[in-house]
Design a protein around this ligand. Structure first.
Ligand code: NAD
Length: 360
């Protein structure tokens, strides 16, 4: 399968490694800044692979079947639309878009063009997460009562100074939209339920020089009557502490932690179907960094989905759900009141303050 990458920055090696691990035919890489694509091609010995600064020319000349988009978050939707209209399947780094309208437009375009849209929430492929999801699908929790997602990380001034787009409203968002979104996706995936109301606070406690939040907390009400809690911070002293997910059902309790929901810490089920100690041992894995190992299996799933004409595990709708919830959190925090979902007239919740304002 002919593969191309747009954006050769920090996360790009994970994409090239995943493409190589899945034996994709890397036909081109692209970055506005030549030093970036030179660094990436040097690292992977891809000197023979054509390199571009203009992705539209790349799409036209190389005709890739699958394109990964790993540029600044505010550019994802516009670039995805261009790729989809060129007939390409797309893997979009999270978040799928910074507004619900843009996410909808990407989903709609994919449907109309008959191509697949996948969003890079790779933590779904962590061993621990996969085993928890299996327990959910088997109904082992009974009725779900509540769930919580907590990202307790640390990002210093150097992180925000390294790339000017970080922490801006137009291109990034804050700790909820950037860091916590993985955990929010997992919470929604496990609950298999619709959030109907959100009450939230956000703040900028330690990083006065960024526009968006460095702290956020939210209480969720689900359609089934279950509840959810979200806690996101990049202010945890002195370094990343954990990204955790807890699920509380009538007949089951699970607590997962580690730096990115990669360790099963508690496993308690009424059915006694498996040995908790064995589960903790078999389904916990150490990660080299917070990105984890998920890009390769996410690519494998997407390639299989394209070949089989099915939806990928993390499709555009899943990407939109996480974004819409975060936008509802932003709105609730801003207006100081509970906010109902789905968001009506989401223009007001468009944190970038404008639809398709030419961000590419
Ligand atoms: N899934 C994960 O775990 C994970 C981890 C880190 C980052 N991300 C996401 O990946 C995205 C990129 O993050 P990053 O840290 O790699 O950013 P980065 O700033 O290091 O890299 C982005 C690159 O895109 C390039 N670019 C921008 N516009 C372009 C265009 N029109 N054509 C070609 N190249 C263009 C920039 O020059 C830059 O080199 C963000 O959306 C971020 O949220 C995801």
């Amino acid at each position: 399968m002919k593969f191309a990458l747009i954006g050769c920055g920090h996360v790009s090696p994970n994409h090239i490694q995943a493409a190589l691990n899945n034996r994709l035919d890397i036909v081109a890489i692209c970055d506005l800044v030549p030093e970036e694509y030179l660094k990436l091609s040097g690292r992977f010995g891809l000197d023979q692979v054509p390199r571009y600064t203009d992705y539209k020319t790349m799409l036209e000349k190389e005709r890739p079947e699958l394109v990964a988009i790993a540029t600044e978050s505010g550019k994802h939707a516009g670039q995805a639309l261009d790729c989809i209209h060129a007939g390409c399947n797309v893997i979009i780094e999270k978040p799928i878009a910074l507004s619900a309208e843009e996410a909808d437009a990407v989903i709609r375009a994919g449907r109309e063009m008959g191509v697949s849209v996948c969003v890079c929430h790779q933590n779904r492929f962590n061993k621990a997460v996969g085993y928890i999801r299996r327990a959910v699908e088997e109904g082992r929790f009974g009725r779900m009562l509540h769930a919580s997602a907590a990202v307790r990380w640390n990002r210093g001034r150097d992180y925000y100074e390294q790339k000017k787009w970080r922490g801006t409203r137009e291109m990034d968002g804050g700790c909820l939209m950037n860091q916590c979104i993985h955990d929010i996706d997992l919470l929604l995936w496990m609950m298999r339920d619709e959030v109907v109301e959100v009450t939230a606070y956000t703040d900028r406690l330690m990083h006065p020089y960024i526009e968006a939040e460095d702290f956020g907390m939210a209480m969720l009400k689900f359609k089934s009557g279950a509840y959810g809690l979200i806690e996101g911070s990049v202010n945890v002293y002195p370094a990343n502490l954990e990204a955790g997910l807890c699920l509380f059902g009538e007949k089951g309790t699970v607590k997962a932690g580690g730096m990115s929901v990669n360790i099963i810490e508690e496993w308690r089920f009424a059915d006694g179907k498996d040995d908790p100690e064995r589960v903790k041992e078999l389904y916990s894995e150490e990660m080299p960094n917070v990105y984890g190992y998920g890009h390769t299996p996410l690519y494998a799933d997407m390639v299989e989905a394209i070949r089989e004409g099915r939806k990928p595990c993390v499709d555009g709708e899943a990407g939109k759900k996480a974004v819409e919830l975060i936008l509802a959190i932003y709105r609730s925090a801003e207006e100081g009141r509970p906010v109902k979902l789905p968001l009506k007239e989401t223009a007001a919740a468009d944190q970038a303050g404008g639809l398709f304002n030419g961000r590419r």
